[in-house]
Ligand binder design. Sequence first.
Ligand SMILES: Nc1ncnc2c1ncn2[C@@H]1O[C@H](COP(=O)(O)OP(=O)(O)OP(=O)(O)O)[C@@H](O)[C@H]1O
Length: 450
Amino acid sequence: MPRAVSLDQVSKSYTQGVRVVQRLSLDIEPGEFLVLLGPSGCGKSTVLRMIAGLEEPTEGEVRLDGEYANHLAPAERDMAMVFQNYALYPTMNSRANIGFPLRIEDPGRDPGPRVQATARMLGIEDLLDRFPHQLSGGERQRVAMGRAIARHPSAFLMDEPLANLDAKLRSHLRAEIARLTRDLDVTTLYVTHDQAEAMSLGDRVAVLRGGVLQQVDTPRTVYALPENVFVAAFIGTPRINLLRGVVLAPLDGAMSIGLGRQALVLPEPLSPDHRLLRVQQGREVIVGLRSEAVRLARPTRARPGEVAMSGLVEHVEFQGHEVLVHLDTGSQPALVPDLEAPRPVSRPGGRRRREGGVLDRLRGRAAGALRAGPVVVLEHPGDAGPARPAEPLSGEARLPGDLIVRTTPDHALRPGMQVPLLVDLAHLFVFDHDGIRISPTPTHLPDLQS
Ligand SMILES: Nc1ncnc2c1ncn2[C@@H]1O[C@H](COP(=O)(O)OP(=O)(O)OP(=O)(O)O)[C@@H](O)[C@H]1O
């Protein structure tokens, strides 16, 4: 039977006063494939290890099928773990590696038939007599999977199992893991920092930042309705364009969002989401435009809901089937500091290291504004001392230009060209200065009690 796994207000501190996981609540349904996604050091493995019983929560409850389980030893939890480094016994061949947990579980029983059936399922029958050093990385990971599957556990806990493999093998094994877990009808918690992996595997994706859960939902929803700017920036390639804007809502004129030298004029009649932006009049916001929200086309080609802008080509990135055009539109990018930075979320003595005056003030103001905790992203380079570039996401460096647009390779584009753009306002995200989504309307309103 697949297991229900619940975390209720779980926190973990390794050092007094430093919580690497903060009041995390999460319910994983029996048979569900849930991916825990976040940058390095955000506490993903710690969560997995607490569920496995390898770490004890400092506060809160782990429940298995609704039963309190904090005190249960790993062996009593009926779960199997698969790690990034395979963790195979070097002196045992694949047959013995896969059969090992079966022999521990029931020394009197011959593990042979179960090992053989597992190997057949994974297509590794011809590898059974080989030792780990005689296997490639992908083959080793298959054997490690076999060892986890053979026991017929009620849950799989996978910690970046594909991280050491090349891209092609990764995508192949990803499909295999999806098929296997579906066929075996087993609850799976899968840890990764690779958003593409998370999106392709998960029934739901839980995004963690600094030990705090930001959002948990289906891949489609976290992409289409990110609750805050961190989730928006972490999910999707190329990374969402985030621009600093100001809401302009004159009583006697059209509403617009000023973006430096240009403005997005919101078409009349205003949509319900855009109407709600009126209360932000005069306030600084963050505008999020995924690359599919903007296209290179003349104003005369505008479809309903599209508004015109223009941009100066700064850099053209040829990718074969498409081209990424980096443009200067005269706006300022909103940076997302610590997107990738591993760091403790609090320090002994209570206060965090000072990272910049405005940033700290905003972070304080945002505290408690969202169940996920503070998500402050609007950086004022002028106020915060020397400007710090945003941390690159998964190696993706932010190249010149404030807007990246995807287009087909048949456009002859060169740096220095001024090009017309159409922005589809149906794909416009607006986040407030604390980084919380205000348009489309948030699904979770701030909890004023907390
Ligand atoms: N045993 C430990 N003792 C002290 N600190 C620890 C211990 N294990 C983890 N940490 C710290 O806890 C934080 C979260 O670590 P964790 O391994 O859970 O993150 P992660 O998101 O899985 O990172 P990665 O993707 O890099 O593996 C990090 O700051 C890490 O240094």
